[in-house]
Design a protein around this ligand. Structure first.
Ligand SMILES: [Mg+2]
Length: 263
């Protein structure tokens, strides 16, 4: 095709070459270098490990308090997200960086291996909760066809309640509130664990950075109380929030640069 254009009209060659060097703004540039440092942090920094352990140890203190102060007659539950809350998928991020690919490439393959390690402190905490009579519900936006391999992974890492009755993956909606309400029918949920604010409240979904931060300020007393936050610097709604409401044709990297707070 290029040869035909070259023969017919030389100026078109320049246009073709220009467009090869400058992909359409609508095309997401496949440059995963931005994930390099965050993935190295998750896989290497003792600080990351300490943050995760800290989160689950705070959870354990709160669990004891809530059980001791409980007034009611329902069974107890804790609700946990799965990815980057109880299972570490950083090897998938590593593959994405090395091969310059994006989700969902290799995601099903990675999940099917059922080899994800437990997030530090998570299995210990959930087994502690089980000893106290607290059931765990795994509410995740992994797609439902991954249920079996996800349960296998959780079982291999020693998580309690890793069975069909305690796992709710995504079917039609990403909104987790519907699934949280299903748990609330029979249980009092004492604690929620997540790496994404939508793991706690639907109000955080599809919002701008400003709105999300304002809402965190408003709900600040709940963090470290019934909402226990895990760190995830690699991906999440915090990234899409930065481009919320911006021109869909804008280059993502250039939008991110505008979010830097300089002095
Ligand atoms: Mg998650």
């Amino acid at each position: 095709m290029k040869k035909i254009n070259l023969l017919l009209c030389l100026p078109l060659l320049g246009i073709i070459l220009f467009s090869c060097q400058n992909p359409s703004p609508k095309e997401e540039p496949k440059n995963n270098d931005a994930m390099l440092y965050s993935t190295l942090y998750v896989q290497n920094a003792a600080e990351y490990r300490a943050l995760c352990i800290q989160a689950y140890q705070i959870g354990q203190m709160r669990l004891d308090e809530k059980i001791n102060n409980y007034v009611g007659d329902k069974k107890f539950a804790v609700v946990v997200d799965i990815d980057e809350t109880v299972l570490d998928n950083s090897p998938h991020a590593a593959r994405s960086i090395i091969e310059n690919t994006n989700y969902p490439k290799y995601w099903d393959e990675w999940c099917s291996k059922a080899e994800a390690l437990a997030i530090p402190g998570s299995a210990e905490f959930l087994n502690y909760a089980a000893e106290k009579g607290v059931e765990t519900f795994y509410i995740s936006n992994r797609k439902a066809h991954l249920t079996e391999v996800t349960l296998k992974n959780l079982q291999l890492r020693g998580f309690p309640f890793a069975d069909q009755d305690h796992i709710m993956l995504r079917t039609d909606s990403r909104d987790k509130e519907i699934r949280r309400n299903m748990v609330r029918n029979d249980y009092d949920i004492l604690l929620y664990f997540g790496d994404n604010l939508g793991d706690f409240l639907t109000e955080f979904d599809d919002q701008s950075t400003v709105t999300r931060n304002d809402l965190v300020n408003k709900l600040s007393s709940q963090f470290g109380d019934d909402f226990i936050m895990l760190p995830n610097p690699t991906y999440g709604a915090w990234m899409s929030a930065m481009t919320h409401g911006t021109d869909a044709t804008a280059k993502i990297d250039s939008v991110y640069r505008t979010k830097l707070k300089n002095f």
